[in-house]
Design a protein around this ligand. Structure first.
Ligand code: ZN
Length: 431
């Protein structure tokens, strides 16, 4: 291959563009089938070759210090601005160029790409961008280890060969196998790699919604799945039907709930960074006779005396209720005073009060039985804890909430239960 002179480059690019334009407007109807299939293969090769041009232009851009001259934080940001690309598009291109482009040494000499075999295969148009992503990811993990350089080179050649046989999905499986073979104790390298790769973005999808994309490290993924799955379980429906939401919709709503919970967590009393709200409940008999066992919100039991003693400490709230669960008296230390109502509601409802719902207090919000806009007061007799899901649906579902003996009861809509027999959450009645 001869190297084009600088003066020829603009004309070459124009000619390539013109050739592609001619192909786009060509009449393909007269092609034989084999010719058509060949054309489709050639177009794919062309696409890959054109993509590989980034590995030439981007290093040149950086060698001249152009992104820095425009005071942009990164080459990716510069390329995104120049070409009107989303960061998710420009990022991989720049990353690939760093691995597959020539490297200009401090001496001005041109050095080999970091991954020469893959660079050559990309330039030949035999490896797709996605396949290259898989190979770069795998070799990046290996590079963070003590694996000898020649072993790394062998792994690169092997993966490039496999890329000519398998699509990106299968190639990822092969790469994983290779990692397991070369790094039987690869967990540490894996963690380091995950720390570099971790990523999350939430960007407009052009249809008025947002697309959430993420590469989560193992720990975050485990946490996300555990929390989201527990919040995404089907809920007892307010219309007497099964939960009508799809699994994806429930996961979406669960994600929304997580965010609301996080937002509300600022409202919860905290002490020295710990979720220090210890809530103690006891009956009026226990309170008056100082006998029996009081319960904390975490389920531990302790003597009433002990409970009243620790109630003097910071951020302890105590609640006395009648045998029906209504609140007779309550108290908190000074630091928690502004949160009194929340704490007392938690003691009374112990979570979402909708019949059958098991969501814990941390996942609930305060619902006004008589809406605040209609003169409803923000006091205990007018407040009920409801989870996000039931808060959204309680009014539209035709349910009514009535307070009896200081406890919320739920009257089903007449079409669901003609007698409208009040129901309440077992959690409250099982006190
Ligand atoms: Zn609920």
């Amino acid at each position: 291959m001869t190297t084009a002179l600088a003066g020829e480059v603009p004309a070459l690019a124009e000619a390539a563009l013109a050739a592609v334009s001619e192909l786009i407007s060509a009449d393909l109807s007269a092609l034989e089938e084999t010719q058509l299939l060949e054309l489709i293969r050639t177009v794919e090769k062309l696409r890959r070759k054109v993509e590989a041009l980034d590995n030439v232009t981007i290093p040149e851009l950086e060698a001249r210090g152009i992104p820095a001259r425009y005071v942009l934080r990164s080459t990716s940001q510069f390329v995104a601005g120049l070409l009107n690309l989303a960061p998710a598009e420009s990022g991989p291109r720049v990353r690939h160029a760093h691995e597959l482009g020539v490297r200009v040494q401090l001496t001005g000499e041109i050095g080999e790409p970091l991954l020469p075999a893959l660079a050559a295969a990309r330039a030949d148009g035999v490896v797709s961008a996605r396949q290259a992503e898989v190979i770069i990811g795998c070799l990046g993990k290996l590079r963070g280890t003590s694996l000898p350089v020649e072993e790394l080179a062998k792994a690169e050649t092997f993966l490039v060969e496999q890329a000519e046989l398998f699509d990106a999905g299968s190639l990822a499986g092969i790469a994983k196998q290779l990692l397991d073979t070369l790094l039987p104790d690869g967990t540490l390298a894996d963690e380091r790699w995950q720390q570099r790769r971790r990523f999350l973005s939430c960007v407009p999808n052009g249809e008025g919604m947002h697309r959430l994309t993420a590469d989560l490290d193992t720990e975050t993924a485990a946490l996300a799945l555990a929390v989201l799955h527990s919040l995404a379980a089907p809920k007892p429906s307010s219309d007497g039907e099964h939960d009508q939401r799809t699994a994806g919709q429930r996961m979406h709503d669960a994600f929304g709930s997580v965010l609301k919970i996080a937002q509300r967590s600022a409202e919860l009393p905290r002490s020295a960074g710990l979720p220090a709200t210890v809530l103690i409940t006891m009956t009026v008999e226990q309170f008056e006779t100082r006998t029996g066992l009081a319960a904390t919100s975490y389920g531990q039991k302790m003597s009433v005396d002990q409970a009243l003693r620790i109630a003097d400490q910071a951020c302890i709230a105590w609640v006395v209720h009648n045998s029906k669960g209504g609140i007779l008296n309550y108290g908190t230390t000074q630091r928690c005073a502004t949160e009194k109502q929340t704490l007392v509601l938690v003691a009374r409802d112990k979570g979402c009060a909708f019949p059958g719902c098991t969501d814990p207090p941390e996942w609930t919000e305060k619902h006004h039985v008589v809406p605040w806009s209609e003169g409803g007061q923000t006091d205990l007799s007018n407040l009920v804890l409801l989870c996000d899901h039931h808060h959204d649906r309680i009014d539209t579902g035709g349910w009514q909430i009535a307070m009896r003996d200081g406890v919320p009861w739920f009257l089903p809509p007449a079409w669901l239960d003609p007698t409208r027999t009040p129901r309440r959450n077992d959690r409250i009645s099982m006190r």
